[in-house]
Design a protein around this ligand. Structure first.
Ligand code: ACO
Ligand code: LMR
Length: 264
């Protein structure tokens, strides 16, 4: 009989062996014919299923709103310096992407983890925030360098408005807002930031859509899929910054001495 040769790779998200490539079993022609968008493609390749339109629209809004935030933020700054050092597109892009992490753009997964844990345990915002303080951990999803209680992040407001209008439940987001109310009573810079808004709202998407089991939600949050949204989105802006610097023929960047405190 036939002997099945052992394989070295297992793959479950896409298949290009047939007449046309398939994403999670859906042929590309069907994606185009149905007029689906990038949110649907993300759903198929990341979550291995088609999601309702309000979910894919939410994913697309996250990508659009996080695509760029000006030239001064960590990621864009790195990309600009790298492009001005004469490096190629991919080098300039990854140089910016490498700044995404716990302080900048990469707090979405931890925000989801901590908000979920605190909400599911029934902790009050006071108990949650003070327990984090005792552990010496900054609350992921809270705090911003320039946004304040009296100068909210428009992206957060837009995401909240969309979810309040379209999601069946926004219980995790409302919890994050209660946490923000408490942190704002401590300091004016401790707003719910865009990472915290996406983290909490994605919990609502996962739990409220009826498309995921509890075990699948735990796996998504545990593995940490959600920083991928920021990485994907910000790549759009970082690529733009690379082209911008090349178009402007900007010279090698050198930081001014006057802006460095030389001290012993
Ligand atoms: N939880 C608790 N306390 C905080 C937090 C927080 N998330 N953020 C700031 N503080 C407090 C601290 O007491 C801090 O004092 P410390 O240095 O003694 O610990 C003080 O506020 C510092 O405030 P700022 O100078 O305004 O904050 P900083 O510029 O140092 O940090 C940052 C800004 C990195 C965003 C911070 O708020 C933070 O670490 N937040 C959590 C991570 C996060 O959500 N990052 C995503 C930001 S949004 C984005 O990047 C797209
Ligand atoms: C961003 O999206 O890059 C910002 O929220 C970070 C910042 O410091 O403005």
């Amino acid at each position: 009989g036939k002997v099945r040769a052992p394989t070295h790779i297992i793959s479950t998200i896409s298949d290009d062996r047939g007449e046309e490539p398939m994403y999670a079993g859906v042929p590309m022609s069907s994606i185009v014919e149905q007029g689906l968008g990038v949110g649907d493609v993300i759903s198929l390749l990341w979550f291995k299923r088609s999601l309702p339109r309000y979910c894919t629209r939410f994913i697309e809004i996250c990508v659009m709103l996080c695509a760029d935030h000006g030239p001064c933020v960590s990621g864009a700054h790195n990309t600009i310096v790298t492009a001005r050092a004469g490096k190629d597109l991919v080098s300039s892009l990854v140089s910016g992407l490498l700044t995404i992490g716990p302080r900048f753009g990469g707090a979405i997964d931890d925000a989801a983890r901590y908000f979920k844990d605190a909400y599911d345990k029934g902790l009050t915002p006071y108990e949650f925030v003070e327990s984090m303080k005792k552990k010496g951990i900054r609350v992921p999803g809270i705090g911003h360098r320039i946004k304040r209680g009296d100068n909210r992040d428009k992206r957060v407001e837009l995401l909240q408005l969309f979810a309040r209008t379209n999601f069946p439940s926004v219980k995790y987001m409302e919890y994050a807002v209660e946490v923000e109310t408490y942190t704002l009573s401590k300091a004016n810079n401790l707003v719910l930031n865009v990472d915290g808004a996406i983290g909490s709202l994605f919990l609502d998407l996962l739990a409220g859509s009826g498309m995921f089991t509890k075990q699948e939600i735990d796996e998504i949050v545990g593995i940490g899929y959600l920083n991928g949204l920021f990485v994907l989105a910000r790549s759009i802006g970082l690529i733009g910054h690379t082209f911008d610097q090349k178009r402007l023929k900007q010279p090698l960047y050198r930081h001014p001495w006057e802006d460095v405190l030389y001290t012993k």
